[in-house]
Design a protein around this ligand. Sequence first.
Ligand SMILES: [Zn+2]
Length: 62
Amino acid sequence: MATALDRVTEEYGTYAPKGSTCLVCKQEIKRSERVRRGYLRPEGEGSNDMTAVYHHSPKCPA
Ligand SMILES: [Zn+2]
């Protein structure tokens, strides 16, 4: 379970994979929308599996 947002790596002006959902507004991200990418790192258990998450950049379209 990924529970904490860990901004180890964050890229600006990238694009999210098809079907991705914005972490902030929960809307599906369109292919043409620019986003920032961050990573969720599971707490404890020594897992190194990082889950990429996306949110609109510079702000959500709503
Ligand atoms: Zn959004």
